[in-house]
Design a protein around this ligand. Structure first.
Ligand code: ADP
Ligand code: MG
Length: 303
């Protein structure tokens, strides 16, 4: 099994920091490396989202919230923290993951080995908040050997709804703005409180060495762990401007390095796949021999 298979990776950060672009490029890179990639568009506020960036489509697949019975059935986890279940079935999806064969094909877009789902989009005024979609983001697990990348909406509100519960790695995308640093600090604190230790910052849209070193300095002051850096890339900016899919780009090389580092890290952590329970990560780290721990630290510091 490949090192990242079986993981759910949440990509979060400030609005416009580059979350969706990073998820898109990461899906290409992991696909090139032979992974089955699942993408979960968990951003209810962005009408285009990953369907455009990854596949160049104007419209995404049917929202998963419909499959699970709509807002009438799925409640915001703050009001009802109970696990997500299928219609007419009381077993949580987290215990009996979704089999793609049970899902009508209208609920996903699939090309090569990349499959996109979307939780739902806010369409109408007075529709209500996107809390119910957060429950799907939190609990949507699919049977099989794949890596799932989850693109969430801006900011930290979703953490207040517990979306990090079934997450293995949180990547915080940080653009060169002070506000982004503050969000990274808060995400790190919240996740650590929840027992998630793998909260790693990716600095994005870096335009110079000075900018990069300033970002690193500020983020270290805020006690965040910097995992990688992505250069500013005109191709990405152009796709953003024209409403196109992101194709090849020089930023992809940076993502290749980040993906490799993720693999390295997961390979040296024992029981990385079986241990999905939060709060166990510290024990996991403690159980790793000293030498391995040093190795991990050196990987972390390899920005
Ligand atoms: N590395 C980058 N280089 C240049 N432009 C970028 C980069 N990353 C993101 N962008 C641009 O920034 C804007 C916001 O990116 P997006 O991925 O939509 O952010 P988010 O999903 O966090 O809101 C888009 O116009 C995108 O093209
Ligand atoms: Mg986005």
């Amino acid at each position: 099994m490949k090192p990242l298979a079986g993981l759910r990776i949440l990509v979060c950060g400030k609005g416009g920091s580059g979350k969706s672009s990073v998820v898109t490029l990461m899906s290409h890179v992991l696909h090139d490396q032979g992974y089955n990639v699942l993408l979960l568009d968990g951003d209810a506020s962005n009408p285009g989202g990953l369907a455009r960036l990854v596949f160049g489509l104007k419209k995404g697949p049917k929202p998963l919230i419909d499959f699970f019975g709509g807002r009438e059935r799925v409640e915001c986890p703050v009001d009802d923290p109970s696990p997500l279940t299928r219609k007419g079935d009381s077993i949580p999806v987290t215990e009996k993951p979704i089999d793609l064969a049970e899902l009508p094909p209208s609920y996903y877009v699939q090309k090569n080995n990349i499959t996109l789902f979307q939780v739902g989009k806010i369409q109408n005024s007075y529709e209500g908040c996107d809390g119910p979609m957060s429950k799907i983001t939190r609990d949507y697990i699919v049977k099989g050997e794949h890596v799932m990348l989850i693109d969430v909406e801006a900011g930290i509100e979703h953490f207040g709804r517990g979306v990090e519960k079934n997450i293995d790695i949180v990547l915080v995308v940080v653009d060169p703005t002070y506000e982004s640093f503050t969000i990274a600090e808060r995400v790190t604190k919240i996740c650590n409180l929840m027992g998630i230790e793998r909260v790693w910052v990716i600095i994005n849209a870096v335009q110079s060495e000075f900018m990069k070193s300033t970002m690193i300095k500020e983020l270290r002051k805020k006690k965040t762990e910097i995992f990688g850096s992505i250069t500013y890339d005109h191709e990405i900016a152009k796709a953003g401007l024209m409403g196109d899919a992101i194709d090849g780009s020089k930023a992809k090389n940076d993502i290749v390095k980040i993906a490799k580092k993720l693999e390295d890290f997961m390979l040296i952590l024992p029981q990385n796949r079986s241990n999905k329970k939060k709060g166990k990560i510290l024990d996991e780290l403690k159980s790793v021999a000293d030498t391995t721990y040093k190795k991990m630290t050196s990987i972390i510091n390899r920005i």
